[in-house]
Ligand binder design. Structure first.
Ligand code: AHR
Length: 323
């Protein structure tokens, strides 16, 4: 409970003639809540929406939290403004899902000076001083990319590959890791040719637009490496509209492993989907509980992830998928 909240509560009680009722409802006092400001990247993908929901469910009033949520619409400037607002509001914790790796030093130094712990989720930040944040919880994006490249080696063998690469927006760890792995794969295989690469910003619309343009331009390809499911969905729409069969004429490699994408593996349209786990809310909640108890959380925690293809996936797995 911060000073400004105590002040507001005191004023409210005075205005109410010192009545015993407080505005938090359900017999609760504002002092009972842990206040968290969450700066989210945006709502660019299904993964991101699940990630937001996971955070909102874990940091709920029922669990003792007041969550102030801010959607930056994939703009770092908006995230910096949101963090400054959280500092002004004297929140107890800041949770940041950073859009890009670079550019956080100044604003995180401000949070540190204000004594507010910052928990980074999903992607990493690149700062010279790791003491600017309390800890990080997220995915090993390079490992995800390596999983995809190894699978491609094993399943495509010597077949000549003409690869279309749909990247995320440039700069986040998700893009850097998945692109880095494909670059290593391209360098290691003479039969792998990159015929097109562009950022699709993790959105379905951009993925579709890029592949429609490629088809119009007559570019030949037999693999699409899409850095998330939504771009893969867009690509698949574009292929089907042009009479090209995803999974047969063109292999689709994707990341995230949302339920809809897993169904597309069963339908033979997606060849491989490497999981990116968005359910980070309970992990952040556990970190805050540790901090509240005066403990020191682990600095870096990777969430567990796997991959799915036609050999490993079953209808039961798809049905039981949480997202
Ligand atoms: O950082 C995680 C990535 O961001 C997910 O793969 C993508 O869907 C999201 O928008």
């Amino acid at each position: 409970m911060k000073k400004w909240m105590l002040l507001c509560l005191a004023c409210a009680l005075l205005l109410a003639g010192c009545g015993a009722r407080d505005d938090a409802g359900e017999g609760k006092n504002y002092a009972d809540y842990v206040v968290v400001g969450f700066s989210q990247v945006g709502a660019e993908s299904d993964w991101r929406k699940t990630n937001t929901r996971s955070m909102q469910e874990a940091l709920s009033e029922e669990n003792g939290y007041r969550l102030i949520f801010d959607d930056s619409q994939q703009k770092q400037e908006r995230q910096i403004t949101a963090i400054r607002n959280f500092i002004q509001q004297e929140v107890d914790y800041i949770v940041l899902a950073p859009n890009t790796e670079m550019g956080w030093t100044t604003v995180l130094a401000e949070a540190k000076a204000a004594g507010i712990p910052v928990i980074i989720v999903d992607r990493r930040i690149d700062v010279a001083d790791n003491e600017l944040f309390t800890c990080w919880v997220g995915s090993d994006f390079r490992k995800e990319g390596n999983t995809a490249v190894t699978w491609m080696e094993q399943h495509f063998g010597d077949r000549p590959l003409k690869i279309v690469h749909l990247q995320g927006n440039i700069g986040p760890t998700a893009q850097i890791g998945r692109t880095g792995a494909l670059n290593a794969g391209l360098a290691a295989h003479d039969n792998w040719e990159l015929v097109f690469r562009a950022p699709g910003d993790y959105t379905q619309a951009k993925g579709q637009e890029l592949v429609e343009q490629l088809i119009r331009d007559g570019v030949e390809f037999n693999v699409i490496y899409a850095e998330n499911d939504n771009m893969a969905y867009g690509a698949i729409n574009a292929l089907k509209a042009a009479g090209i069969r995803p999974g047969e004429d063109v292999a689709i490699i994707s990341f995230d492993a949302n339920r809809a994408a897993l169904q597309m593996i069963l339908d033979g349209e997606i060849s491989l989907d490497v999981e990116c786990n968005p359910l980070q809310g309970p992990r952040v909640q556990a970190v805050i509980e540790q901090l509240e108890a005066g403990k020191t959380p682990q600095k870096f925690t990777f969430v567990e992830e796997t991959f799915f293809d036609a050999d490993t996936l079953t209808p039961e797995i798809v049905e039981s998928r949480e997202y």
